[in-house]
Design a binder for this molecule. Structure first.
Ligand code: SF4
Length: 338
């Protein structure tokens, strides 16, 4: 593998091997004077994920640029690990996966299928195009919200789902998000913590600021501590840019609206998502809150939430209620009484 390919796809096994064979040791990368630029570039990579929700393009016109870009990846992972904030890990993973998606779209099919297979998705070449096992398709497309991804809308051949090149890349994007999210945070030693101390502090400060802004803007009248686990999880997923199935978006918007938030406030609450699209989100929210359809929807009850697979981590109080709104009301009574 050459340096540019390794830099474009630093998460591949072969890129890690390339780095191991030709790059510095961990200590050199963290402390060596010669690697100051790589550390700065790694820090930028993290800040791009934090501020923009995506990794920027950096020119790789020389081998030195490419190596710098490649080294910035392990540095970024160290910094994200040191911050150790689960929501931020997710945002970083999504940012990396989006960049990979953008780059993979420009690659030839054999390269893309190799990447898919490294992540555990077998791709077959059928007469009518590329195909993946339907169980894998279901697993990796579970969070895609567009109805075009529903199994009933797929073309099948011999138990496999036909996919276009772009769709295959999109599945890889999801697999990579899951992979990076599950790998981080890594364990970090004292040297890493002290080298990146000021960056870690700055990132934590920005994260805190973002949370404060969000609380002040969106949730003023509502108490998040009273939210049931399912709604807290859905809110976190939306704000960190994870793909939330349509049923989850619907349930959360209806929940927030029933508790008194108007469309603008809900839109504001969703606006920190890296993939936030104001016009599309506004249309969906206005529909659920009745501003377009004239019908105001209420959130589904727990049994329906369960059947949709969006009853996340139910707790003790969940055993005594049948509806997410009851959870909010009961929790409120509990807080007032003691
Ligand atoms: S039991 Fe109901 S309120 Fe609790 S997490 Fe599941 S859907 Fe939400």
């Amino acid at each position: 593998m050459d340096a540019v390919t390794a830099a474009k796809y630093p998460f591949l096994k072969e890129s890690a091997r390339f780095l191991k064979d030709t790059g510095p040791s961990l200590d050199q990368l963290v402390e060596g004077m010669a690697y100051e630029q790589a550390r700065l570039r790694g820090r930028d990579r993290v800040m791009e994920a934090l501020e923009l929700g995506k990794i920027d393009d950096h020119p790789m016109t020389s081998k030195i640029d490419a190596v710098l870009e490649l080294l910035s990846y392990p540095v970024a992972r160290m910094v994200v690990s040191a911050v150790a904030d689960p929501q931020f890990v997710k945002r970083y993973a999504i940012s990396e996966a989006k960049k990979a998606d953008e780059r993979l779209r420009k690659e030839e099919i054999p390269f893309i299928t190799n990447v898919a297979e490294e992540f555990g998705l077998q791709v077959a070449q059928e007469d009518r195009g590329l195909a993946v096992d339907f169980a894998d398709f279901l697993r990796f497309s579970a969070t895609m919200r567009n109805k075009d991804w529903k199994l009933v809308n797929q073309r099948m051949v011999r138990g496999k789902v036909l996919v276009t090149k772009i769709r295959l890349v999109r599945l890889i994007q999801q697999m990579l998000t899951d992979k990076i999210s599950s790998e981080l945070p890594l364990e970090v030693n004292e040297t890493i913590l002290s080298t990146f101390a000021s960056d870690i502090d700055e990132i934590k400060r920005i994260l805190e600021e973002k949370r404060e802004q969000y609380k002040a803007k969106g949730m003023g009248r509502l108490s998040i501590v009273r939210f049931p686990p399912c709604m807290r999880k859905l809110l976190n997923m939306i704000q960190s840019g994870e793909n939330v199935p349509h049923t989850g978006r619907f349930a959360l918007v209806a929940f927030l609206h029933t508790l008194g938030m108007d469309s603008e406030e809900i839109l504001e609450t969703f606006s920190s998502a890296p993939d936030f699209d104001p016009s599309k989100s506004k249309y969906q929210i206005d529909h659920i809150t009745g501003e377009i359809s004239g019908t105001e929807y209420t959130p589904p009850e727990c049994s329906t939430m369960k059947s949709y697979g969006i009853c996340f981590e139910p707790d003790e109080l969940c055993k005594r209620i049948k509806h997410p709104l009851s959870y909010y009301r009961k929790k409120g009574r509990h807080f007032r009484s003691g």
